[in-house]
Design a protein around this ligand. Structure first.
Ligand code: FAD
Length: 382
């Protein structure tokens, strides 16, 4: 066994942390308050090439291993989860199906510019009546000449109001449920494709989220992203572990940011003539938070190591996502206790961590659904 990061990973971690603290951290509170996409931060940050972290160098990527990716997700979410959400959407789910199934023209037109940060990408699963239950997808794609005609409305789409293209899940055969689902590329400017209502969110603000409408949208055959019809859910399954680990890393990032704030505050806040950090009950909180964060990070890195080495990590990835998110909720809760009444004021940061932490309960799979999956897999067929 080896628990050490490699020299390259250590160097990467330091560079990423410094860069994020220079470009993103100082803007985090403003991004949350304005709840507008921070184009200035995006332009400065995407120049550095991190969007292509997991993609091959010949595509403009960095070919980084899975541990490095987790380090990145954690660090950027530590600074600003609103900004992180849009960045990571371009890095992973917004571009994955183009990378895997797009032809050369699609890659040149959409994937490479998205990796360079010149185009905004997103993925559309969710509808008003289908979240966890993808089998209830109502958006349809019907064969029409040399292409497909798409109709439906997607909800809760990250970067939806500003996206240049999206990968949309639609059914080509509603009678087949999950086995009728496929992914299609739809680009901005396509007739019938528009942005609907923008959602005023509790947290993860600055990542603009909204509805996308597909009203008789026609796309050519090459925009069907997948080799075989009806295999959409199988293709999602191939990236699911990475997505779950990524959301776990984001949760850990928020936890780390909250922990750092708690530490700084408890050192300088005076009560009964001494810094509150000197009280045993406050110290206990730090002992607990650190223990939980270390445990979550170990599970997360273990899952990422399994993934990197192409080993089965389905259960560990789901467990790591759940643990990291629950730890995150616990840490932000402790932050609001340590900060006292100031945690209740919008001018301080704890309220932001408190709101942002809730987001990780849904992205990457709800805990009820993940626990059901873990339990079913462990128990096996009865
Ligand atoms: C900030 C934000 C950004 C998002 N971005 C995107 C995006 O870019 N693209 C996109 O497609 N979606 C996006 N989503 C939506 C997200 O993927 C969904 O919220 C998620 O899939 C859960 O679906 P739901 O919210 O409809 O909950 P539901 O699936 O309706 O679940 C409601 C409750 O029922 C429980 N439940 C459901 N099924 C079961 C079961 N089988 N067993 C036990 N309990 C169950 C759930 O655990 C939950 O407690 C985003 C959401 C947020 C908050």
């Amino acid at each position: 066994m080896d628990f050490m990061l490699t020299e390259e990973q250590e160097f990467f971690k330091k560079t990423v942390t410094d860069t994020i603290d220079r470009i993103v951290t100082p803007k985090a509170q403003e991004i949350d308050e304005k709840d507008e996409f921070p184009w200035d931060v995006w332009k400065e940050f995407t120049k550095l090439g991190y969007i292509g972290l997991r993609y091959p160098e010949e595509m403009g990527g960095m070919n980084a291993d899975k541990i490095m990716c987790m380090i990145f997700y954690e660090e950027i979410a530590r600074a600003s989860v609103g900004f992180a959400q849009s960045v990571i959407m371009n890095m992973l789910m917004g571009t994955y199906f183009l990378f895997r199934f797009g032809n050369d023209a699609i890659k040149k037109r959409c994937l490479y510019p998205a990796i360079r940060g010149e185009k905004i990408a997103t993925i559309c699963f969710t509808e008003d009546q289908s979240g966890s239950d993808l089998g209830a997808t109502r958006t349809t794609a019907v064969k029409d000449g040399s292409g497909w005609r798409i109709n439906g409305t997607k909800m809760w789409i990250t970067s939806g109001p500003i996206c240049d293209f999206c990968t949309v899940l639609a059914t080509t055969d509603p009678s087949k449920g999950l086995k009728g689902l496929n992914f299609f590329l739809v680009e901005e400017g396509t007739e019938g494709f528009s942005s609907g209502q923008t959602i005023n969110k509790l947290g993860c603000r600055g990542s603009v989220t909204g509805e996308l409408v597909f009203d008789n949208v026609w796309v050519p055959d090459e925009n069907l992203l997948g080799k075989e019809l009806g295999k959409g859910v199988v293709y999602v399954g191939d990236i699911l572990d990475e997505v779950r680990l990524m959301t776990g890393a984001m949760a850990l990032g928020i936890a780390k940011g909250a922990y750092n704030e708690a530490l700084e505050y408890s050192r300088k806040r005076i009560a009964f003539g001494q810094p509150i950090a000197k009280f045993q009950l406050i110290r206990e909180k730090f002992a607990e938070m650190d223990t939980l964060m270390n445990a979550a990070r170990m599970l997360l890195y273990y899952g990422s190591w399994l993934l990197e080495n192409k080993m089965d990590c389905r259960i560990i990835a789901a467990e790591a996502k759940i643990l990291a998110t629950e730890v995150c909720l616990k840490v932000v809760d402790e932050l609001t206790r340590i900060y006292g009444a100031n945690a209740f004021a919008y001018e301080y940061t704890p309220q932001r961590y408190f709101r942002d932490a809730r987001f990780l309960l849904y992205g990457g799979g709800t805990h009820e659904v993940l626990k059901d999956f873990i339990g079913r897999t462990l128990i096996g067929k009865l």
